[in-house]
Design a protein around this ligand. Structure first.
Ligand code: SF4
Length: 565
């Protein structure tokens, strides 16, 4: 007997209460050495047909929200090349050491493997990812999609548009088939995906792929139409991220991103030293980086910088620790940078790259795990409260690298070292309430700072030093889109965390914890008005447009806008 068959038979026999069932799950997890406790939906999906009727009423058959409330869907673009050639440390691409894989990837990362399994078809990738969320008992009703692999805007326009259109079609079709009238239909889901079934059965996979492709070919709509449909369906795309490099992230590219529905850009800044950009063959200058940041910010995008400590300098040797730390300090002290989010990926030596040759000759020695952790911890001292550190390591498995930090324990080193040095990170991630309980009376704080020639306001709601939500307001110094007038203010991000209110809280306290988004927007509008702005322009994910409509906003091109007159 395995975990599921024992639990299902037991449920059939004992007709348990929720508490009893939870206890039994724990007991069986120990017996079968399962680390994760399966959700009710997961159990239900593993119930053989003959027993479904008997156990259905004891299992909650509705998937619940993911921990963060948002389901990330990483979609890998097809293998390609970057137009400038290759950065000296960058793996992958066409005819690479790994064969044809997306540029910057090895084919071993979970997201690339999903891409390969699904022939890099965004429709199938999205279906596959949504299926996984539901099998784990999580409801992916708010999707944050990221398009990965190389320099996406350098692909032909038609490819870019089809990629996004098919992603949206997948959200819409998935919603229509498995969430008729907004309600999850577990039976339809079980039937379609032939569950329960053993993992890796090729015949079953072929049958499911055929069914997915049949849906894909039905009822083709244009991108704009798919996006409008997505405003009302069960699975909504609330944010779309595109990865690019600065010389493919100027205003002209940004205007195209807006047409695709993009709300955030991941930008490969890597370093603030021109000579390093040159000797690593980045194909752009520092001036390009600054221009791209300013252009994208003035169009309203959230910007996530990728930074790479431990790069080689012109001599071929790695730059020293002090310069790496100074680089990280510079991106926060210099208003021409100041990222909203940050990914710190220490430079690794990857097979088949020019950097690997330098390494083999003994000219270049990459950062060790300890050295990388040291630089990251020192950098944390400069990270302000308006920035979120998203990641400190890539998801490339260590076995796929030649040399460099050990993927499996960098984060652990960083945590231990920060503790030892009493470095308390104040970034958004370290202060967000997550699923915690709100303690104390929330208050609104406003931090003002200069960035790329404009004024930024980081407006947050906090209680007991925990972040409950925030909004990013910008006064752009110029107009890069007809919807953005010179008297417009921009909302680049609104984020409210899922949270609980302490048990026993009074009705008054409970009501204080409602409508944070509305309160933050009201404060942003107030600040804009007192500063002489007469229009608010919001860069809104397609799936959040309906929310802004409720606040009096209307569509103008890719934005949601409201008069403040
Ligand atoms: S721009 Fe990015 S994807 Fe392209 S070669 Fe450089 S690191 Fe790789």
């Amino acid at each position: 007997m395995d975990f599921f068959s024992e639990l299902i038979s037991w449920t059939e026999e004992h007709k348990p209460s929720k508490q009893l069932l939870a206890k039994k799950k724990l007991q069986l997890c120990k017996k079968y050495k399962r680390r994760e406790i399966p959700t009710d939906v997961e159990i239900y999906l593993n119930t053989p047909k003959g027993q479904v009727g008997a156990v259905r009423q004891y299992l909650q058959t509705k998937p619940t929200r993911t921990g963060s409330g948002v389901a990330v869907v990483a979609t890998m673009s097809k293998p390609g090349i970057c137009p400038h050639g290759s950065c000296t440390y960058c793996p992958g691409g066409l005819n690479s050491y790994y064969g044809d894989v997306p540029k910057s990837y090895t084919g071993k990362e979970p997201s690339t493997m999903r891409g390969i399994r699904n022939d890099y078809d965004p429709y199938r990738i999205v279906f596959n990812r949504l299926e996984q969320y539901i099998v784990l008992g999580q409801n992916p009703d708010k999707v944050d999609q990221i398009i990965m692999g190389g320099t996406f805007p350098a692909f032909p326009k038609k490819y870019q548009e089809d990629f996004v259109r098919l992603s949206f079609k997948a959200y819409n079709d998935f919603s229509r088939v498995f969430f008729p009238r907004g309600k999850f239909d577990l039976e339809a889901f079980k039937q379609f995906f032939e569950l329960p079934s053993p993992v890796g059965n090729p015949e079953r996979e072929a049958r499911i792929t055929k069914k997915i492709l049949a849906l894909k070919d039905k009822q083709a709509h244009a991108l704009e139409e798919e996006e409008v449909l997505n405003e009302q369906v069960a699975i909504r795309c609330i944010g779309l991220t595109i990865e690019t490099k600065p010389d493919w992230g100027f205003a002209s590219h940004g205007l195209e991103f807006l047409k695709l529905g993009c709300t955030r850009v991941e930008l490969g800044i890597q370093t603030v030293y021109d000579e390093i950009l040159k000797c690593t063959n980045r194909g752009h200058t520092l001036a390009d980086s600054k221009k791209s940041i300013a252009d994208l910010r003035d169009l309203g995008f959230k910007i996530n910088f990728h930074m790479m400590p431990g790069l080689p300098g012109p001599s071929g040797k790695r730059i020293d620790r002090e310069r790496d730390i100074a680089c990280m300090r510079e991106i926060f002290s210099n208003p021409e940078f100041r990222p909203d989010m940050l990914k710190i990926y220490p430079c690794m030596v990857m097979p088949g790259t020019p950097l690997e040759k330098q390494f083999r000759k003994g000219a270049f020695v990459p950062l060790s795990t300890e050295e990388a952790a040291d630089i990251i911890v020192e950098s944390k001292k400069y990270v302000p409260e308006y920035c979120r550190i998203m990641r400190v390591q890539r998801d490339i498995p260590t076995y796929a690298t030649t040399a460099g930090v050990n993927r499996t324990n960098l984060r652990q080193y960083v945590t231990e070292l920060a503790k030892k040095r009493s470095v308390k990170c104040r970034c958004i991630r370290c202060r967000e309430i997550k699923q915690g309980v709100v303690k104390g009376k929330p208050s609104i704080n406003v931090q003002e700072y200069e960035a790329s020639g404009g004024k930024e306001f980081f407006i947050s709601i906090e209680a007991s030093d925990k972040l409950l939500g925030f909004v990013r307001l910008r006064f752009p110094p110029r107009s890069l889109h007809p919807a953005i007038t010179l008297k417009s203010a921009l909302i680049r991000e609104l984020h409210v965390y899922g949270m609980a209110v302490a048990i026993g809280a009074s009705e008054e306290e409970k009501s204080q914890h409602k409508g944070y988004g509305k309160k933050l927007m009201a404060e942003a509008e107030r600040i804009a008005r007192v500063n002489g702005k007469d229009k608010m322009v919001v860069i809104s994910g397609v799936g959040v447009r309906a929310y802004y409509r409720k606040l009096g906003y209307a569509r103008e091109g890719p934005y949601m806008v409201k008069s403040l007159k």
